[in-house]
Unconditional design. Structure first.
Lengths: 295, 236
């Protein structure tokens, strides 16, 4: 059997793929957090719950309305993103002038309400969401078997990350967003409707979380607590990449997924903690994060 | 309505930041095409007057009529759309944008703004450095960029806050030429300035502020007669 660094290549590549898929979720979620933090300066603790709401919305819309996976992939981020815009408009905006800690507390409270409500109705055991027919099965690459759905998740998540990066770094709307992040008052003095920009940005960030949730639904059990456990890792990714850095969120998300996956191959005991070890190292050596700007 | 030809009429303007009462009833009028300076010591309320016109203060009362329209109840982002361009004291160049992006950032508020070609002809340095990160420019270049980007928008009323502060004499001279050119184009300018020698030959009138109110108005013809009082007010 062919081996790589003492490990069968199929095992190595399998964990690498798994790591990349997990990394794609980390990237999508930390990207949403970065976009929101950039303009609103709020650490959106509801992000995990909004990811979970995305998965649940896909599950329930299929169960009750027969909405298929592809429609859910488009509609759910719009609906949950819309819900996010209402939250921003009617709750977050009211405390925008206060210390950012209040935003963190409010979003944390919202996360608990979302989770608690769904636990009340659906319990904590996960439900299964069927993989869409077109993405069932897998590809035999010779050295490993690659499940089609995981390959699709990787492509879709990276495509969405690239789209977001392009929108923020290469369009006029993105320039408004970047400039608003630096000096919102001056942007208003130029005639830009900053409150609307803030609402749209929060909605977009929440929509990204919901998109990740729909992508995750066929892979992981859909349960009310699926977001909270993931969110802790995603926060570590954001700290490593640098708060508010778009490129940092994407690259670090993928890299941490791969590091976690490969740790599973070589030292499985450390797989659950390796990201946090990296975070501690980064905080010690470069507190602003790998891609963050020093204050 | 403002009296005919007035681009801006400010009446009994009070401005507050939280509990702090900064402007105590400011009154003045600026005619279309006029260049008026706001002079005074630090803390006299000159920059706050510009910010209050832009609705960038915590709270304001009184009346601010721009181009015949009362703006006291308007949201901050609606005021520039009346044709107002604001250049802040700290310049406000965005570090995440390059020079070209900084220049294109403010939305067009009126037709008739200067074209990019015109702007680059007026500020050739900016053209040379258009791919540089905005905050990597020298202080003088950043000031030119801050001015240039509001000229593109079609704004006809310019509020300029301390544009010569900390700049080399050669740059100050260039800014003087630019202001003269803008005046020749018929723009209305309110200039907050410490550098009286820079402002004196350009201005149609000088308004002197103290303790958040306007205490004197000086025309160029009265300058010699009021020199001593002006020096006292400016603390020269």
């Amino acid at each position: 059997m062919t081996t790589l660094l003492g490990v069968p290549i199929a095992v190595f590549m399998g964990q690498l793929t798994l790591g990349l898929v997990n990394g794609a979720f980390y990237a999508l979620l930390s990207l949403g957090l970065a976009v929101i933090f950039g303009l609103l300066k709020i650490v959106n603790f509801a992000h995990g719950a909004q990811y979970m709401l995305g998965a649940f919305a896909a599950l329930l819309s299929m169960r009750y309305f027969g909405t298929n996976y592809w429609a859910a992939l488009v509609l759910v981020p719009l609906v949950i993103g819309g819900l996010g815009m209402l939250l921003e408009r009617f709750l977050l905006r009211r405390i925008a002038h206060l210390d950012h800690l209040y935003g963190l507390l409010l979003t944390f409270g919202l996360a608990l309400i979302f989770e608690g409500t769904l636990v009340n109705f659906f319990g904590v055991s996960g439900a299964r969401y069927a993989t869409p027919e077109a993405l069932q099965g897998g590809l035999n690459l010779g050295f490993m078997f690659l499940p089609t759905y995981r390959a699709w998740v990787l492509v879709a998540a990276l495509g969405m990350c690239l789209f977001t990066w392009f929108m923020i770094e290469r369009t006029r709307l993105g320039a408004y967003l970047r400039a608003g992040t630096e000096n919102a008052a001056l942007m208003q003095a130029f005639g830009v409707n900053v409150p609307l920009l803030v609402t749209l940005t929060y909605g977009f960030g929440v929509g990204l979380a919901a998109f990740a949730g729909v992508l995750a639904a066929p892979l992981y059990p859909v349960s009310p607590t699926m977001g909270s456990s993931l969110l802790i890792v995603v926060f570590a990714v954001v700290v490593i990449g640098g708060m508010g850095s778009i490129l940092g969120a994407i690259v670090t998300g993928l890299a941490m997924g791969v590091i976690e996956g490969l740790t599973k191959v070589y030292y499985p005991e450390a797989a659950n903690t390796v990201i946090f070890l990296v975070m501690i190292l980064v905080l010690l050596l470069r507190p602003a994060g790998l891609f963050g700007k020093e204050a | 309505m403002t009296s005919s030809g007035a681009a801006l009429r400010v009446q009994n303007l009070h401005a507050f930041y939280g509990e702090s009462h900064i402007l105590h009833g400011v009154d003045f009028e600026v005619k279309r095409g006029e260049l008026v300076t706001l002079l005074g010591r630090n803390g006299a309320g000159r920059s706050t007057t510009l910010k209050a016109i832009m609705n960038m203060v915590g709270r304001r009362t009184g009346s601010v009529v721009i181009d015949g329209r009362e703006t006291l109840r308007l949201k901050p982002h609606h005021i520039p759309r009346l044709g107002v361009g604001y250049c802040p004291e700290e310049r406000g160049i965005f570090s995440s944008l390059d020079v070209h992006e900084n220049l294109l950032l403010p939305p067009t508020v009126r037709s008739g703004g200067m074209s990019l070609d015109d702007i680059y002809a007026m500020f050739p340095n900016l053209h040379e450095r258009r791919k540089s990160q905005g905050t990597r420019l020298s202080g003088g270049e950043q000031q030119m960029l801050a001015m240039a980007r509001i000229l593109r928008t079609g704004a006809q009323l310019l509020l300029l806050d301390e544009i010569t502060e900390g700049l080399a004499p050669v740059i100050v001279q260039k800014l003087g030429e630019v202001l003269a050119a803008l005046k020749a184009r018929g723009m209305t300018v309110i200039l907050v300035e410490q550098n009286f020698r820079f402002a004196a030959p350009l201005a149609d009138r000088h308004l002197v502020m103290e303790h958040g109110t306007i205490v004197d108005e000086i025309t160029p013809g009265e300058l010699d007669a009021k020199r001593e009082r002006l020096n006292a007010l400016l603390g020269v």
